[in-house]
Write a protein that binds this ligand. Structure first.
Ligand SMILES: Cc1ncc(COP(=O)(O)O)c(C=O)c1O
Length: 431
């Protein structure tokens, strides 16, 4: 294969990485992870803030360990995620459990682990009150259902980006930037009185208020309104220690994507934060739970072009990966930029790049790439968040290995699956 150094990762040629570890392969760049975490320092200077990395976006324990090294805490959504954090030495204080519609037993298990608890429905808040009263603090997740309701009947999916905006073509920019009330997440502000009744009835110690930033951070005006609303509500809770803006901060998938720089929203937050601290005499902290913001651009899926074929007018590049490894294009119609690093000077041609599953399995439609030959290495970008984490064994295909590039070295952080892994929990019965 012809060598080309136009795409290097910390000085390493991806071809060499593929040679050593094989493809398909998830590769993460520790420098990009650090750069993203560091952006919070600049954006929220003067605010007592905490980054709680959303474990679900990329759950590899070496990535979590690196987050610890960078000083982040963890946002977890299941007890195994809590366990991973504790086993890696995270302080329970630096772990928040933010599950969705879970059996109360999971919340009890999280309390037993002494982590921070976030509750998003009245039923579990009531159970929490009955069992713990004021003995254990709790954060409530709110759904402000403010600004606009989505008239179209389609809630904006969790993966909305300007890149796939056409998918939601009858939603206005204002609505894009809005929190909406069709989501299952959080307790609606229309039920705020019920929260207050439970607080009073069980003497609940509300130490945190949570409002998932979601797409709103795309729109400074909506973010400002949300921040103001939350700080106003916050004054009603005497035990409040933190406000949690959740995750959902977008990153670019294409050069012309419009995303907000967090340094632009920093001053909006700082103004309201300072006013709140001054008025209440409390130095509360502000938490963020970014997953995609930290991991998306830091991760790449390396795949090999295996088969080239033409059906009708369409040229297909068949790869050795698919939606079993990267679900986002099929699930959310997400755009992932793809580069042919083996033929960077080849003429541009248009292809449908497809996976090898026995299903419609598109990675990209009508995408221009430098001419692809069998054996070329394609790099799929923005694959670090919700890439490996959402992978499956569909079609009984094995999951790829994962590699972290750190200090100029490629380190294996997850072995490629084997046939033995695939069947290890299956039980063969006798007839
Ligand atoms: C409560 C909460 N925190 C954090 C996240 C992480 O979101 P993202 O990876 O988009 O930053 C999510 C995602 O849906 C979430 O619901």
């Amino acid at each position: 294969m012809e060598k080309d150094n136009s795409f290097l990762m910390q000085g390493l040629d991806p071809h060499d990485i593929c040679q050593e570890f094989g493809t398909p392969l998830y590769v993460y760049d520790a420098d990009i992870i650090k750069q993203q975490v560091d952006k919070f320092k600049t954006a929220f200077a003067g605010i007592n803030y905490k980054v709680m990395y959303a474990v679900k976006s990329c759950t590899n324990i070496s990535i979590l360990k690196y987050m610890k090294h960078l000083g982040t805490g963890l946002d977890t959504v299941s007890i195994p995620e809590v366990r991973m954090g504790l086993n890696l030495g995270f302080d329970p204080e630096d772990i928040v459990f933010t599950p969705n519609v879970v059996d109360f037993k999971e919340i009890e298990a999280a309390v037993d682990s002494k982590v921070s608890i976030n509750i998003e429905n009245l039923q579990n808040l009531e159970s929490f009150g009955k069992k713990y009263g004021s003995s254990y603090p709790v954060c409530v997740r709110l759904n402000p259902n403010m600004i606009s309701e989505i008239e179209s009947g389609k809630a904006i999916g969790p993966d909305f980006t300007s890149a796939n905006k056409e998918h939601y073509d009858n939603i206005s920019d204002e609505q894009v930037g809005a929190w909406h009330n069709q989501s299952k997440f959080g307790i609606s502000l229309t039920q705020f009185d019920s929260i207050l009744k439970l607080v009073e009835k069980y003497r609940l110690r509300i130490n945190g208020l949570h409002l998932h930033s979601s797409h709103v951070i795309l729109n400074k005006g909506v973010f400002k309104k949300g921040v103001k609303t939350l700080f106003k509500i916050a004054k009603q809770f005497e035990h409040l220690e933190y406000i949690d803006f959740g995750g959902g901060i977008m990153v670019k998938h294409k050069p012309d994507d419009v995303v907000i720089e967090i340094s632009d929203v920093g001053p909006i937050l700082k103004k309201e934060y300072d006013a709140f601290c001054h008025e209440t005499g409390k130095n509360i902290s502000v938490w963020f739970e970014p997953g995609r913001f930290i991991m998306s651009e830091a991760g790449f899926l390396f795949t090999e072009a295996v088969v080239l074929k033409t059906n009708g007018l369409i040229d297909f590049v068949g790869t050795n990966t698919g939606f079993n490894h990267l679900l986002r294009p099929m699930m959310y119609n997400a755009y992932h930029s793809i580069e042919n690093i083996s033929n960077p000077k080849g003429p541009n041609r248009k292809y449908n790049i497809v996976g090898n599953l026995c299903e419609i399995d598109n990675l990209a439609i009508e995408r221009e790439l430098n001419e692809v030959r069998a054996g070329d290495i394609l790099i799929i970008k923005n694959a670090g968040a919700y890439g490996f984490a959402m992978s499956s064994n569909y079609n009984s295909r094995l999951k790829p290995a994962e590699v972290l590039i750190i200090n100029g070295q490629a380190k294996l952080i997850r072995k490629r699956e084997t046939y033995a892994d695939l069947i290890k929990n299956q039980v063969e019965i006798m007839f």
